[in-house]
Design a protein around this ligand. Structure first.
Ligand code: GLA
Length: 398
């Protein structure tokens, strides 16, 4: 069994600081760190004013930052060949290469922070990441949040809860207005507010969060994430299309968002596609509530059953799964996972399985064998050890 296990934050931050120093001849002032995420349950509910229950990963993105002394913004990445160079005066929608470009997420954050009254000086920013890219594990939110906390530190602003909430808003603006990915806010919220050992219950109608203890270790469970290697992009239109269908369903029902709709309302919708999309959202919000109750009661069988139901709902009603994801989920359950589902935006990306620890090797072997038999690319696995949200590292020079 091979599992992708990241370096500790401190070790990796020190390495990123060394790369920065090599590139710029001086050490960074600070390194911001923010995690990727896996969503336990509650998919495509955030932009419907619903509930979701993501977990921050130990895999994270690092942003080493230092003021340049002028208006220049220089952005480089260990994962990219070419740096992006621009001026603070030219930031705004489309900056950093615009839609889908990696640098747009970084330039977008600097712009959005300025819009929020946190205007930064010119900066050298060097980023590196252990979050798998294009795997539906929110590498983009991790990038935005790492940059946001680092810039905030450069400005001398304390990283308290109120600031973190402001940063969530700025990062969402960077993603939707500059990188032009119509994200719903779950990823930035968990990257900024997660606490170790817990999942984060996010209520998008009430605009509040609650840490839900997971007790995975004590109960002998692990969360296994499998990257199917079917790459997904939030900018390709499919995600935006589902958002539009949800809006249309809410409009047909005469409610502001699908959070206000009941299952009975939804079943009366005339259009079969809108009916199925809305059914997923309404039942998924209910499943999140039930999952929180099951976790509080230590009822792992129930949590697994809810994950299975969530996957079926995404496969059949929301239609955002794919054959690789369906196979990973089926193979995991067959080998003893308590439940499994696709996670994230869909149309590729990763699955998450709740696995008794003594079945971990069997479950990964079952998925690998199923993928080999089907002739699919080799999937990669990681353990979602519930981690904390964004923070700062101050690596010693040298
Ligand atoms: C992506 C988006 C999130 C959320 C999920 C689906 O990860 O960035 O806002 O909508 O898809 O739950």
């Amino acid at each position: 069994m091979s599992l992708l296990d990241p370096d500790s934050r401190t070790t990796r931050a020190a390495a990123v600081a060394r790369s920065f120093a090599k590139r710029h001849g001086v050490p960074p002032q600070v390194v911001g760190v923010a995690p990727g995420r896996v969503n336990l349950i509650g998919e495509h509910t955030d932009y419907n004013a619903g509930l979701c229950l993501p977990v921050a990963l130990p895999h994270a993105t690092f942003a080493a930052v230092r003021p340049t002394g002028d208006q220049t913004l220089r952005i480089s990445s260990a994962q990219q060949v070419e740096p992006w160079v621009g001026s603070l005066d030219d930031l705004g929608p489309g900056a950093g290469g615009g839609s889908g470009s990696w640098a747009a997420y970084v330039a977008g954050v600097v712009w959005a922070l300025g819009q929020a009254g946190l205007g930064a000086p010119g900066l050298d920013i060097h980023v590196d990441s252990t979050v798998p890219l294009g795997a539906g594990l929110s590498s983009s939110a991790a990038l935005e949040c790492a940059v946001a906390v680092a810039v905030t530190s450069v400005l001398g602003v304390e990283l308290d809860t109120v600031t973190r909430q402001r940063l969530v808003v700025a990062c969402v603006r960077a993603e939707t207005e500059v990188a032009r990915a119509p994200t719903g806010g779950m990823d930035q919220t968990v990257a900024m507010l997660a606490q170790p050992g817990t999942a984060l219950l996010i209520d998008f109608r009430e605009d509040c969060t609650q840490a839900v203890p997971l007790h995975l270790g004590e109960s002998g469970h692990a969360l296994l994430v499998t990257d199917t290697r079917v790459s997904h992009a939030l900018t390709d239109g499919s995600y935006g299309n589902r958002r539009a269908e949800c809006r249309a369903a809410a409009q047909a029902l005469g409610v502001p968002t699908l959070r206000q709709a009941t299952l009975a309302d939804v079943e009366a919708l005339a259009d079969p596609v809108l009916r199925a999309r809305a059914r997923h959202v309404v039942t998924e919000i209910d499943r999140v509530q039930q999952a929180v109750a099951a976790l509080e009661a230590g009822d792992w069988t129930r949590v697994g059953t809810l994950m299975d139901a969530s996957h079926r709902s995404m496969r059949d009603d929301f239609e955002i799964s794919c054959t690789e994801l369906d196979l990973a989920v089926a193979a995991a359950v067959r080998a003893g996972a308590r439940g499994a589902r696709m996670t994230g935006g869909g149309f590729g990306g990763s699955s998450v399985a709740l696995v008794p620890r003594d079945r971990l090797a069997a479950v990964t072997a079952s998925i690998d064998a199923a993928f080999t038999d089907a002739g699919y690319a080799v999937a990669s696995h990681l353990l979602a050890v519930p981690s904390g949200g964004a923070g700062l590292e101050h690596p010693a020079p040298g």
